[in-house]
Structures are given as C-alpha cells and as structure tokens.
Design a protein around this ligand. Structure first.
Ligand SMILES: [Cu+2]
Length: 213
C-alpha cells in the first residue's frame, strides 16, 4: 500500500465515511466492532468525526393494525404485512447518502421509492410530495426540471427471487432540517406511481453532523 493507493482512496466519495470508522494505517483491518452495510462502514455508535450514520427499520403493518408500525402498507398484495424495510443515512457536511433495503416483497418486481416531506398516515397522501433540493414553485410538482433523481432522492429498486431489494442515493446536498420525513414505496419506477406503503424516517441534516461549530 503506497501513497498512490491512499490518494485514490482519498478521492473516492465514500473515503470520508470509511475514515470516520477510525481505521489506523492504510490497509489495516477495520475494527471488528464496526458494522458494515452496503460497503459503508459506520463508526461504533453510529457517529464519527466526519460523518454521522443513522438508520431505522420496521415491519410493514396495514392501516389500523392492532400493533401500529412506523411502516404502513396500503397494498397488502404488492407490499405484504410483515415485509421489512431498513433505511440508513450517512450525513457529512459535503454529502448525504441514503440506503434503503427491503425484504418480503413480491419477487422479481420493479418498485419505485422516494424520500417524501410528510410523515406517513392512514391516508397515503399524508406523506405529501417528494423532497426537493430546489423546490418547484408549482406544487404538486410535475416538471422534470425538478422531478428527477438529482433534485430528489429516488430509491427505485427491483426485488430479487426472494423478494429482497436495495437502493442507494447519494447527493452533494443535505436535507433541510425537518423537511424530509418518510420513504414512500410506489408501484412503478420513476417519479410517479400509486403509493403502496410508507415508512416514517427521522432523517437528519448536515447541521446535525459532527464538526459543525
Ligand atoms: Cu414518491
């Protein structure tokens, strides 16, 4: 491992996150305690000096379930009760990464998903519209200049033969405090589609990342 390798790593978008895990010299094995998800290495306790890593998980339950869940399904056929979702978020002052993982959905099917601005409710519309970095002055937003994966957080995925899926979205911007509230799963990919389910997620903002004065 020479200086050249270290330079390449430093140029990688996720290097800051990996560094946050607190590895020693280049090439040294990461501490055994560091949880790994999707190639991201989180510092023990979910926090590091340069990035904050948080995650939340739940099992979907129908509206009005005896045991309510932070994850609500509106379509028991395409998004069965007890299907599982986990959403992770790594936040630094320069980058925000959101990872969504699901299990127990229909196998081999394409689903759409986005970060929305409202908390989930009995009404699928409770989650409101997509979180937008540059907010479309015309709402509900349909303009492709605003409705796209660069200005919004799209987490579209296709499930495998077991009904599991995973998506990652990475942006150079972060959420405004309190304006990103949920992940909505849709019956089709892209910017639209019927709402199959919703998971309320307490997303954090760059302002919450460590190192800010
Ligand atoms: Cu959506």
């Amino acid at each position: 491992m020479g200086a050249g390798t270290a330079g390449l790593l430093a140029g990688a978008a996720l290097a800051a996150l990996v560094t946050a895990a607190g590895t020693g010299a280049a090439g040294a094995p990461a501490p055994a305690a560091a949880p790994v998800m999707g190639g991201l290495v989180a510092a023990p306790g979910g926090e590091g000096p340069k990035a904050r890593w948080v995650r939340d998980e739940a099992r979907f339950a129908p509206v009005g379930a005896f045991v309510p869940s932070e994850a609500v399904t509106y379509d028991l056929d395409l998004l069965p009760a007890a299907a599982w979702i986990r959403v992770g978020q790594a936040v630094s002052r320069s980058e925000t990464t959101v990872v969504a993982e699901v299990r127990g959905l229909r196998p081999g099917r394409a689903y759409g998903a986005h970060v929305h601005t409202g908390v989930c409710g009995a009404d699928p519309q409770a989650a409101k519209g997509h979180y937008q970095h540059k907010v479309d002055p015309v709402q509900p937003s349909t303009d492709p200049a605003y409705v796209n994966p660069y200005n919004e957080v799209w987490l579209d995925f296709t499930t495998d033969a077991e009904g599991a899926g995973r998506a990652v979205a990475r942006h150079s911007w972060g959420f405004r405090p309190g304006e990103a509230a949920s992940v909505v799963i849709h019956d089709q990919q892209g910017g639209a589609g019927a709402r199959l389910g919703c998971f309320s997620v307490p997303f954090v903002s760059p302002e919450d990342a460590p190192g800010r004065g």
